[in-house]
Design a protein around this ligand. Structure first.
Ligand code: WT7
Length: 678
């Protein structure tokens, strides 16, 4: 519980916009047409109460209204959180690609589905629903012809592009399970994920282009494949004109696609068949393949996309996340496409060719909802307001934030400068495991106040509770605890691939019959939620999750390292960075700048560049309990410069270890101060 803090929310309070209506007069069916199925429910609290008290009635009606079924479901939910058994819409059959493409082609074939915002500004490409269907079908037929079958796992290693989205949807069309791996992961990390998924098929591109630089994606795949003898085929799309070395398992994707038909029969999938795996970090060194299934996930992402962002037909939705993360899955691809929307695929960076890129893109593409990460906002804030003001942002209606806490300074700048005080800023809290947004300012009551830098209110069907250390539910407000969700919802993860036991142990054991999020939260006097950060050994670097055990695993592979301990530390731009303590093997003497560089390299090579440690401190020994457990609490306090809060050290086996680490940390701080002033 030590990581929890209580924010001074009273000082932050001001209104997102003036309250025009009170919730008690809220017109439910005006707001949510599907609510016509709930006669007698007149206001927002009534609708929310219904979603919690009669979840089957609520989700059943929405499932029938919003999704297009091949055969209808016979039960809405069948869940037992104690066992980690979660089943929604059983008996129903559907195809996700039909829901995301075909049904919109019937209505408006020439509507733009994707706007590919390529790295080079002004080079965007628009893809209509009809074109997306054709590309997806050709790709699906290619996969089938090359032997990919229903249930097979397909690893996709490419940045956001129409062909990447078509790859995901082509898998969905033929019932294959996609596993998108963020294209910034190293060959080793990619190989781990290919092996864990037993994936025989990879889809990649020859190269990637980002921030004006060319990245050799195919070469990374080649290295990974060497470690994965199970891989039978690698489809290679051409992002650039440059030829790359092709081996006998490599297949030129577009060339093969051109030989295929533009139609492909969709496979009827059961609601609970797997749709995708997505690897995310946990508190062990091994990432987990979070499994999402078909109907519940699709319904939940489309509903949250529609109501959290207030997305309307004709709007251009701009989520700048990469498709390699859950945000890209839910709010670049599945949510917006299920709603027949127009979604932006952003290939570039916030500072290419200059720090005005986001806002220049907003102006050129007339983006209505912009969804980004606090780390980028903090970075852009540093460059000043001129880069924002140089561009017309009048198209913007809502601004979203996700991935990590947004501090009030960044929130304010986003609200006042970017949104000109017109657009509500939505701090949305959710996780890879929750499938879609769970807590966000006004998922229903459009006129309700927004307190800056707070995730605020649970979405329909989400029942957040706070727990104390003894596993007791905390009643009342103005209180902090472990954030759990007390009822199942359709978007939640179903299992960890090939490791259901880990799923149950991680999420359902700490607080029986509750989903444990791993986060701490504060509930304000008014009953609003604010997320205070992870309670486990997971850190959040620029909105990307990373286990400290993964960093240690990589660092420990260096020839001179005897042992290590990694912890998170505050970082001005990234939100959190990593601070690694290492003990050298006996008799080793190595220059500091050499070990620093080599350890950064090894972490980049074993995991990804973003994971490279920010600080490395060589110590004689790590503080340990008498039973040999590393006391991370002590290391955290030292790094937070709270040496006077070290607390009870009587269980420590050697107090001089702590004194030595405190002194070494001071030196690192001094050096850091010198570097940043020079
Ligand atoms: C973790 C989940 C959800 C998509 C991106 C990250 C942190 C996420 C917020 C927020 C404070 C947040 C949590 C969570 N987080 N959104 N609005 N405020 N913290 O997905 O990689 O699964 O990470 O990100 O700690 O547990 P993810």
């Amino acid at each position: 519980m030590s990581l929890l803090f209580r924010a001074g929310t009273a000082a932050l309070r001001h209104r997102g916009r003036p309250p025009l209506r009170r919730s008690s007069t809220f017109n439910v069916s005006g707001y949510m047409p599907e609510a016509a199925s709930f006669p007698g429910v007149r206001d927002f609290p009534g609708l929310r109460a219904l979603s919690l008290q009669q979840p089957d009635r609520f989700w059943g009606a929405l499932g029938r209204e919003r999704l297009c079924w091949i055969s209808p479901f016979h039960s809405v939910s069948n869940c037992d959180l104690g066992q980690g058994s979660i089943r929604w819409f059983e008996g129903g059959q559907l195809n996700v690609s039909v829901n995301c493409i075909d049904r919109h082609v019937h209505k408006s074939p020439d509507k733009v589905a994707l706007i590919w915002e390529r790295d080079e500004p002004g080079a965007q490409v628009k893809i209509t629903y009809r074109q997306l269907l054709e590309v997806t079908c050709r790709l699906a037929n290619t996969l089938k012809r090359q032997g990919v079958r229903k249930g097979d796992r397909v690893t996709i290693y490419m940045p956001a592009s129409p062909i990447a989205v078509a790859s995901m949807l082509a898998c969905a069309r033929i019932g294959a399970v996609h596993s998108v791996v963020f294209a910034g992961f190293s060959a080793d990390a990619l190989a781990d994920r290919i092996q864990d998924a037993h994936s025989e098929t990879i889809i990649t591109s020859n190269q990637a282009v980002r921030g004006g630089r060319v990245i050799e994606l195919k070469k990374t795949v080649d290295q990974a494949v060497k470690l994965c003898p199970s891989v039978k085929r690698v489809f290679v799309a051409m992002r650039t004109e440059n030829k790359v070395l092709m081996s006998n398992i490599d297949i030129p994707l577009e060339e093969e696609m051109m030989k295929e038909e533009t139609a492909c029969d969709p496979v009827a999938m059961e609601s609970e068949d797997m749709l995708f795996l997505l690897y995310t970090s946990g508190s062990t060194g091994k990432p987990k393949g979070v499994v999402h299934t078909q109907a519940g996930y699709l319904l939940y992402t489309s509903l949250t996309h529609r109501y959290v962002f207030d997305y309307h037909d004709g709007d251009v939705f701009g989520c700048v996340a990469d498709i390699g993360w859950i945000t890209g899955h839910s709010y670049v691809v599945y949510g917006p496409l299920c709603n027949g929307g127009t979604t932006v695929l952003f290939e570039s960076t916030p500072v290419y060719p200059n720090p005005g890129r986001y806002w220049e893109t907003v102006e050129r593409l007339k983006i209505n909802q912009f969804y980004g990460a606090p780390t980028a906002i903090r970075l852009l804030l540093k460059y000043g307001d001129e880069w924002v003001k140089a561009h017309d942002r009048s198209s913007l209606k809502t601004l979203g934030s996700v991935g990590e806490p947004i501090n009030s300074k960044a929130w304010d700048w986003y609200y006042k400068v970017v949104g000109e005080g017109r657009c509500p800023v939505l701090d949305t809290w959710w996780q890879t495991e929750t499938g879609g947004i769970c807590i966000a300012p006004h998922p229903a009551d459009r006129e309700a106040e927004i307190v800056p830098a707070m995730a605020m209110r649970p979405f329909f069907g989400i029942n957040p509770v706070l727990m104390d250390d003894q596993g007791r539910r905390l009643a009342g407000n103005n209180i902090s605890g472990s954030l759990c969700i007390a009822q199942p919802w359709p978007g939640m993860a179903r299992t960890i691939y090939n490791d259901h036991e880990r799923f149950v142990n991680t999420y359902f054991k700490a607080y029986p019959n509750h989903f444990f999020t791993g986060d701490g939260a504060y509930r304000s006097k008014e009953g609003y939620y604010q997320i205070t950060g992870r309670l486990d050994d997971v850190i959040n670097i620029s909105g990307h999750r990373l286990g400290t055990a993964e960093i240690e695993g990589a660092v420990n592979q260096h020839r001179v390292v005897a042992e290590s301990a990694a912890i998170g530390c505050a970082h001005k731009i990234k939100g959190e960075g990593s601070y690694v303590f290492i003990v050298l093997k006996d008799g080793i003497d190595i220059a500091e700048h050499i070990i620093n560089k080599e350890l950064k390299d090894i972490v980049s090579q074993k995991i990804a560049k973003y994971a490279a440690p920010d600080f490395i401190q060589v110590v004689m020994r790590l503080p340990k309990t008498r039973s040999g457990k590393i006391m991370r609490r002590v290391l955290r306090k030292i790094v937070e410069n709270k040496v006077d809060e070290l607390g009870d050290l009587t269980t420590l086996d050697d107090y001089t270890a702590v004194q030595e680490i405190v002194a070494g940390h001071k030196l690192i701080l001094e050096k850091e101060a010198k570097n940043s002033s020079s």
